[in-house]
Design a binder for this molecule. Structure first.
Ligand code: URP
Ligand code: ZN
Ligand code: ZN
Length: 489
């Protein structure tokens, strides 16, 4: 019997800060030592020629969630987490999505009941708030934040989800009082509504018009407005799934002024374009997501933003719908672009795509890759230092990568229940061949070793990133204009 449970030997370890040669020792599910000549262990993994990276933390995915138009995602908590872990992700934070009129607490209980028996890896939940009633804002949300649901998403578009600016201010002030990160889906609702109606009036109903109706200008305007609301309330926000240079420029400008505006982009904005929505017949529906993929200039802008720090995190926004009458074609064989479920799958390919085209092609370095896909996600969402890094005391959630493994993407190599991948045909180099969750091997050489229900629920802390700057606008000065309890902390 050795002191350590596991030793990962001879690998190259990379964190968000450094890359170095070290053995990694694991005991009771945690990293307990990094160094040379650490002794012996009950089990050993030889990582010669391999990269030893923190398991990915997926900060944006929709699993076993019913869309606002009533369509169930293809992946449940089993297939969704299996797919994630085969792609090197060891923690997921999907959504517990409130339907209008529903209690937020009951919503969370329902998602717990789905995830608990099925998740193969650890998970937390962001909340989606679609109905910020007095009960939700005053009672349920503060209690749930205290219970570890320390982030929530709000939408500026979608008929059944959108909040108006007044409601946005209500949730931002609740986040400020109670301590939570606010994720914002920023698109101008009426610009989408008007463009969609005019396109349909002109009999332009095919999938490609989805991209026309979700304009860059509308994304930029909503990002600007969300930033103004955040500034008024002195409450940080994270703008999710940024697709356009317009929106990115608004975010960069705000960051340059010292505002705490965080941002995320996703594989669909690096690897797909609006041209993909023009594919034959209804095939373009497979690429419909919101915001939509754009063009080459926007792709280049997203790469710049990943490299220069405008984006803190890189998420999949895995929103998987099958290309059949249970998913994308639920409204019929030829739905209008308004009837097609929004979203693309990508939870398994998130890391390999960014590794191959980002690190492999020299657009970002390995440490930035780790930061974008794991460390920063854990920090922003209150999971650090337990998740997202390889350090003494952290969970031994580790992905051992073969940086030279070359493959051409095909849906047959993936583990989701979606039936297609929008990334088919792309050649990639690098793949995580062994993946550990809390020191247990979950994936090795293409085989699953984990089981349903192995994943643990993660109650999350309030992240430092969600704390206000303490730089109030003059109009918001509590001493002059308001009582202190309006803004809380
Ligand atoms: O098209 C997308 N992104 N669907 C998922 C829902 C969302 O807005 O993230
Ligand atoms: Zn969204
Ligand atoms: Zn999403």
């Amino acid at each position: 019997m050795s002191y350590f449970d596991l030793l990962i030997r001879n690998g190259t370890v990379a964190t968000a800060a450094d890359t170095f040669q070290a053995d990694v020792a694991v005991k009771d599910g945690r990293v307990v030592a990094l160094g040379e000549n650490l002794g012996t262990a009950d089990h050993e993994i030889d990582a010669s020629g391999k990269l030893v990276l923190p398991g990915g933390v997926e900060g944006h995915c929709h699993i076993e969630q019913i869309s606002s138009s009533g369509i169930m995602t293809a992946d449940d908590f089993y297939s969704g987490t299996v797919s994630a872990v085969f792609g090197g992700t060891t923690t997921v934070i999907p959504f517990a999505a409130q339907q209008k009129g529903a209690s937020l607490r009951q919503t969370v209980e329902d998602y717990h009941a789905c995830a608990g028996p099925k998740a193969v890896i650890d998970y937390g939940f962001h909340l989606i708030i679609s109905d910020p009633s007095d009960q939700v804002i005053g009672q349920e949300l503060p209690a749930l934040i205290r219970d570890g649901f320390t982030s929530f998403k709000v939408y500026m578009t979608y008929d059944d989800l959108r909040l108006d600016d007044y409601q946005m201010l209500e949730v931002l002030s609740a986040a400020r009082r109670n301590g939570a990160m606010v994720m914002v889906h920023a698109e101008n609702h009426d610009m989408i509504r008007w463009l969609s109606q005019k396109l349909l009036d002109a009999n332009h109903w095919q999938p490609q018009y989805h991209a026309v109706s979700h304009s860059r200008a509308g994304e930029g305007e909503a990002a600007h407005r969300a930033i103004a609301l955040s500034r008024l309330m002195d409450q940080p926000i994270l703008v999710v799934h940024v697709s356009s240079e317009e929106a990115m420029d608004e975010i960069r400008l705000a960051q340059n002024k010292g505002l705490k505006i965080f941002a995320e982009t996703c594989p669909q904005y690096l690897f797909l374009t609006a041209e993909d929505l023009h594919r034959d017949g209804m095939d373009g529906a497979m690429f419909c997501c919101s915001p939509p993929p754009r063009g080459a200039a926007d792709q280049a802008a997203m790469w710049r933003g990943l490299a220069n720090g405008t984006f803190s995190i890189f998420s999949s926004d895995h929103a998987p719908y099958r290309f059949d009458d249970s998913g994308k074609l639920k409204a019929g064989p030829e739905p209008t672009f308004k009837q097609i479920a929004n979203g693309v799958p990508g939870i398994e390919l998130r890391l390999p795509l960014l590794f191959s085209e980002g690190v492999g092609k020299g657009r970002i370095d390995l440490n930035r890759f780790v930061a974008l896909t794991a460390t920063n996600v854990a920090k922003l969402y209150g999971l650090s230092p337990r998740k997202g890094t390889i350090a003494v005391g952290s969970d031994a959630d580790i992905a051992i990568w073969d940086p030279d493994l070359e493959q051409t993407i095909d849906h047959a190599m993936l583990h989701d229940d979606v039936g297609y991948t929008p990334y088919a045909g792309i050649k990639i180099k690098g793949w995580p061949t062994t993946v550990l969750s809390r020191g247990r091997v979950v994936v090795a050489d293409g085989a699953l070793h984990g089981s349903r229900g192995d994943g643990q629920f993660l109650a999350r802390a309030v992240s430092e990133a969600a704390a206000p700057l303490g730089r109030l606008e003059p109009e918001m000065d509590p001493a002059r204009n308001f009582g202190a309890d309006l803004l809380g902390r």
